[in-house]
Design a binder for this molecule. Structure first.
Ligand code: NCD
Ligand code: ZN
Ligand code: ZN
Length: 423
């Protein structure tokens, strides 16, 4: 089939290296079919899923269980992280052999109640991961600091959505990022920061890179798009961990992370939950009774294309941060993340002039709850190509369940010099 792209952007297939597919265990929130239908519709060709499922993905058996489900159900290509906990931190080699692209450690409590390794266990896991060429990524919020604020806010009866954001101050992220960089430096190990939410966090990563530590980082469209004021406008819908920060932190995230090149890649932290769990009936009601996380797979290309259209992000840098760099970091390059024109290539086609509004009713994800509902975008994904086949186009999902394959993963690419692009 020959396709006339007629002035549209042709990007190497967008990779979302941070989604929660929720299966096994939480299929009422999302499953591999619905998550990857959302990916295909959103212009995303490969996803890497988080291991806070039920059971958690912490053994070769549970890795295989998740891969079997995804192999039957996925519409686009996939991978899954394994989690490292206080129970399995010494299982890095067998987990790597089971085909994970890397590891996630939850330093703070989020959905799933997973006990993190202590610093000694973590150090050992870092050395083992370095030995097999795999990177450990972190949910970088320090629980011990956070419990202090949360208790104080609850004591004072502060329970508005914006209070949830303010009860998780930037220092909790900064403390965790600094500590991990310190450990990684001594262990001589590659590490990654998932969902960096603040300019402070991005600046610490940039300093770590400058000091020669193999530290890479991700941020998410919502931290670049919104400020914490969204909590007052949209309520519990926008509740997420780490929280959306104030305008000054967002500006410094753009400066150090994007213009300065300190942040390597873009991913969504697509985190589906039900409306009841998010307490959107009472959007401005008790935020402590709402759950954190919201979906993003169907708005990420629109939001990043909008930054390009506004002249705030060079398109080459977008393609690097949303495709090439995550492929390098998780060992998928050059099978994924390169613009090689061949019969088995992945592409995302974007109409740069299409103006559209995010509408929850049109989402393929089981969860419809996102602060991007009602936001205006310039630039829309129009066609998604996985291994040479159009999986989504003409507003139609073409790929069957099971078309998606496990993407083979090799060793992580070492830290790159921060890349910046002329605008
Ligand atoms: C995530 C989830 O719902 O699984 N929630 C979130 O607020 N980010 C957990 C996570 O990414 O750590
Ligand atoms: Zn996380
Ligand atoms: Zn997440």
């Amino acid at each position: 089939r020959v396709v006339d792209l007629d002035g549209q952007y042709l990007l190497p297939g967008v990779i979302d290296a941070h989604i929660h597919a929720r299966s096994p265990g939480y299929e009422y929130k999302e499953d591999w079919s619905s998550a990857t239908a959302a990916a295909a519709a959103g212009g995303v060709t490969t996803v890497i899923a988080m291991p806070n499922t039920d059971p958690i993905i912490d053994s070769p058996e549970t890795v295989r269980q998740a891969y079997d489900i995804a192999d039957d159900d996925a519409h686009v290509d996939f991978q899954s992280y394994a989690v490292l906990t206080s129970e399995n931190y010494d299982q890095v080699e067998p987990l790597a052999a089971a085909g994970v692209p890397g590891f996630k450690v939850f330093l703070g409590t989020t959905f799933g109640e997973i006990e993190p390794p202590d610093d000694g266990e973590l150090y050992a896991a870092m050395e083992a991961a370095a030995g097999v060429g795999k990177r450990i990524g972190f949910h970088e919020e320090n629980d011990e600091i956070l419990s202090h604020w949360e208790a104080q806010f609850k004591r004072e009866g502060r329970d508005d959505p914006i209070d949830h954001a303010r009860s998780r101050p930037v220092v909790a992220e900064a403390e965790a990022v600094s500590r991990i960089i310190l450990l990684a430096d001594h262990a001589d190990a590659p590490v990654h920061m998932f969902h960096v939410s603040s300019g402070t966090g991005a600046e610490l990563v940039a300093e770590g890179k400058a000091d020669g530590v193999d530290v890479t980082a991700e941020t998410c469209p919502h931290y670049l798009w919104f400020t914490e004021e969204v909590m007052n406008e949209k309520g519990n819908v926008a509740r997420v961990q780490p929280p959306i920060r104030d305008a000054e932190e967002r500006e410094r995230l753009w400066e150090a992370g994007i213009r300065g090149g300190g942040v390597d890649c873009i991913a969504t932290d697509h985190a589906p939950h039900t409306d009841e769990e998010k307490n959107v009936e009472e959007p401005f009601g008790n935020t402590w009774e709402s759950i954190s996380g919201f979906v993003g797979l169907e708005s990420e290309v629109g939001s990043m294309a909008t930054f390009v259209s506004e002249g705030r992000l060079p398109i080459e840098q977008w393609a690097y941060m949303h495709s090439t760099r995550p492929a390098e970091i998780w060992g998928l390059y050059p099978r994924k993340g390169s613009l090689q024109v061949g019969t088995d290539a992945d592409f995302t086609v974007v109409d740069p002039d299409a103006e559209w509004v995010g509408r929850k009713e049109t989402l393929h994800s089981k969860s419809k709850t996102t602060p991007f509902n009602g936001e205006q975008f310039v630039g829309k994904p129009t066609m998604t190509v996985v291994r040479g086949t159009v999986v989504y186009g003409d507003d139609t999902l073409y790929a069957e369940e099971g078309y998606g394959e496990l993407a083979p993963s090799g060793e992580t690419t070492a830290n790159a010099e921060p890349r910046t692009y002329p605008n």
